[in-house]
Design a protein around this ligand. Structure first.
Ligand SMILES: CC(C)(COP(=O)(O)OP(=O)(O)OC[C@H]1O[C@@H](n2cnc3c(N)ncnc32)[C@H](O)[C@@H]1OP(=O)(O)O)[C@@H](O)C(=O)NCCC(=O)NCCS
Length: 76
């Protein structure tokens, strides 16, 4: 999950969080990260090296929404 308060978006907060997460994951020896990204977040993840695996429909509190299964290899 990755959410930044609307008043603080576009300042690099999510970029910094993702960079810290990636560094921890590499330290732990993990080889890939996965996410179920919203339509809004998909371009953010694409620009940071994630690839799109599939779009999927999920239900949240009775509302069907589309999200995107994505992954980033860490061993490259
Ligand atoms: C998607 C989301 C997490 C991104 O968070 P964010 O902190 O705004 O992201 P960043 O600021 O790191 O990067 C977003 C854009 O801000 C701009 N930006 C980054 N750092 C910047 C800086 N220092 N100065 C000015 N602009 C900057 C960039 O244009 C960047 O776009 P890019 O992807 O083309 O590089 C946020 O928009 C969000 O919470 N959205 C709603 C909830 C949601 O859909 N979450 C995803 C669930 S999977």
């Amino acid at each position: 999950m990755l959410y930044v308060h609307k008043d603080h978006q576009g300042r690099g907060v999510a970029t910094a969080l993702l960079a810290a997460l990636e560094a921890r994951a590499r330290e732990a020896g993990l080889t890939r990260l996965t996410t179920n990204a919203s339509r809004i977040a998909k371009p953010f993840f694409l620009r940071r090296g994630f690839t799109l695996l599939a779009s999927q429909r999920v239900e949240r509190r009775g509302v069907e929404i589309e999200n995107f299964r994505m992954e980033k290899a860490l061993d490259a």
